[in-house]
Ligand binder design. Structure first.
Ligand SMILES: Nc1ncnc2c1ncn2[C@@H]1O[C@H](COP(=O)(O)OP(=O)(O)OP(=O)(O)O)[C@@H](O)[C@H]1O
Length: 287
């Protein structure tokens, strides 16, 4: 099996408005299977546009003007994302690649029990599954993500924001995708809740082997959870390296400035010193 899950090559996206906005510029990126890649950079640098491109969620006036995104499926086929027809897209999204947005928890249907909402994904995408199997899978997902199967019959308003966001993550995991794109998935949540959820995502990807593209403004948080970090500036990736090297030896002046803008990183060293194996740091505040 190819160790690379996704190859993005010479990728450009333009919003074709009166003054065209070149939102993604000549991006080249290879995402490894099982890797957590952090996407950092200030507001407007093109992070969401790039993620939408990879998931074919862009709408006019956005146009992919050149380049390609290829997903190397675990079954051995290469999927040219730009070329997918709408029927193929239905299988690609959720099945191969899923996405969790900031505030996704508010996208839950307020008048349906969460168990039924997870069940719906299986009904749509796995029509061969029997009702009892769907129920068991939904229950297992709620256990997995720390909500608990006893909540199957709960309605969204009966759950905290953190629990609702966990339900959205459970839904994103339902079909065992190979890539999860998370766009500020925990920004709206309390810092401790956020940490618990991120810890679980990190463990789950070890168990299931999916890759994560994690988008956030919160560089300290990215340094903790990412294997590698890509730093974007004005649509381009200016630096891409292991989180550890970004933290200790950032090369690009913009990355250095970005690090300096977080006093918790540049003040007393230690708060965010990552362990030698590049995994979890010894904690520190991302607040
Ligand atoms: N529909 C649109 N029409 C024109 N320009 C757009 C549109 N959507 C986004 N842009 C522009 O594209 C650029 C990239 O935006 P994008 O939302 O991808 O950045 P971002 O890094 O994700 O920002 P944020 O962190 O604030 O979400 C910005 O200059 C933005 O103003």
């Amino acid at each position: 099996m190819n160790d690379v899950l996704l190859s993005v090559t010479d990728y450009n996206i333009v919003y074709e408005v009166e003054q065209p906005v070149h939102a993604v510029r000549d991006v080249n990126l290879e995402l490894a299977r099982g890797e957590i890649l952090g996407l950092a950079g200030e507001s407007g640098c093109g992070k969401t546009t790039l993620a939408y491109g990879i998931n074919r969620l862009l709408k006019p006036p956005a146009v992919i003007t050149s380049g390609s995104a290829v997903l190397h499926d675990r079954d051995g086929t290469d999927i040219d994302v730009n070329a997918l027809t709408s029927a193929q897209l239905r299988r690609y999204r959720w099945d191969k690649v899923s996405m969790v947005f900031q505030g996704a928890m508010n996208a839950l249907n307020p008048v349906a029990a969460i168990g039924d909402q997870i069940d719906d994904i299986f009904t749509t995408h796995r029509p061969g599954m029997k009702r009892a199997e769907r129920r068991e899978e939904s229950a297992a997902l709620l256990d997995l993500i720390g909500v608990g199967r006893d909540r199957l019959k709960s309605y969204p308003h009966e759950l905290s924001g953190g629990m609702r966001q966990r339900v959205m993550i459970a839904m994103a995991l339902a079909l065992k995708p190979q890539l999860m794109i998370m766009d500020e998935p925990t920004t709206a949540l309390d810092v401790l809740v956020q940490r618990d959820i991120l810890q679980e995502i990190s463990e789950l990807r070890r168990t299931f082997g999916f890759s994560v593209v994690f988008i956030t403004h919160d560089l300290p948080l990215l340094l903790e959870i990412s294997d590698r970090i890509a730093v974007m500036l004005q649509g381009g990736i200016v630096e891409l390296d292991s989180a550890d090297r970004i933290y200790r030896h950032a090369q690009h002046p913009y990355t250095q400035r970005l690090l300096e803008s977080f006093p918790s990183l540049t003040g007393e060293r230690g708060a965010f010193v990552r362990s030698g194996d590049g995994s979890q740091s010894n904690g520190g505040s991302a607040a």
